[in-house]
Design a protein around this ligand. Sequence first.
Ligand SMILES: C[S@@+](CC[C@H](N)C(=O)[O-])C[C@H]1O[C@@H](n2cnc3c(N)ncnc32)[C@H](O)[C@@H]1O
Length: 222
Amino acid sequence: MPALDDAVTPTGGWSDPEQVAWYTERIGKLEARRAGERMLLEVLPRAPRRVLDLGCGDGRLSALVLEHRATVEHVLAIDISAPMLDLARQRFAGDERVQVQQGDLREPITRLDAFDVVVSGFAIHHLADERKQSLFAEVARQLAPGGAFANLEVVASATPERHAEFLAAIGRTADDAEDQLAAVEDQLEWMREAGLTNVDCLWRWRGFALLVGESPVAETTR
Ligand SMILES: C[S@@+](CC[C@H](N)C(=O)[O-])C[C@H]1O[C@@H](n2cnc3c(N)ncnc32)[C@H](O)[C@@H]1O
């Protein structure tokens, strides 16, 4: 994949409108991202009704789910960043199925609903590993029986050399300051420990990966 020209990467964090504009302008251009999204769409249940999007950004993943699953009645899209939330609200203005809400994933997510799908795009790697683990357990508890968790993520590369190759391939020279990348194998183990089943890494391209799991069908009480 050709590198994208982003020699000047804003470093202000997700509350910085400049970083948000830079990010949202480039994400659709990354072919690897689009490939991961295609795989994510493949693992969605056939007729989900309730969807939770963790670290929704400008709402790109929620929009994809809505586009490909006409059965969806409610999307709860959560993010901490005011400029990202503004973009998500603009995107979904007038769409009564979508609720955009400010929230901090560093804090426990309490029982919100029984979701058929929980998606996350390139967000959970901003959390400490310990918090990733507890979040996976909370996700497992938020899922309806048979529900799916699909986490399209930035993951740790096996070696510094591989990581440098990954960054070069996406036109970056450094990670975001807040990145806390974890290995695929560790995250799959944390997802199993959280009670998710059918856990797998279904797609990977360098430092991007799609980690998926399901809520056990037989389990009826949460
Ligand atoms: C790389 S962007 C991804 C946005 C979007 N999900 C996507 O797929 O393009 C990371 C997002 O995670 C959000 N984020 C980072 N830390 C967060 C936290 N503690 N709580 C909620 N959202 C957070 C950022 O505000 C940002 O919108």
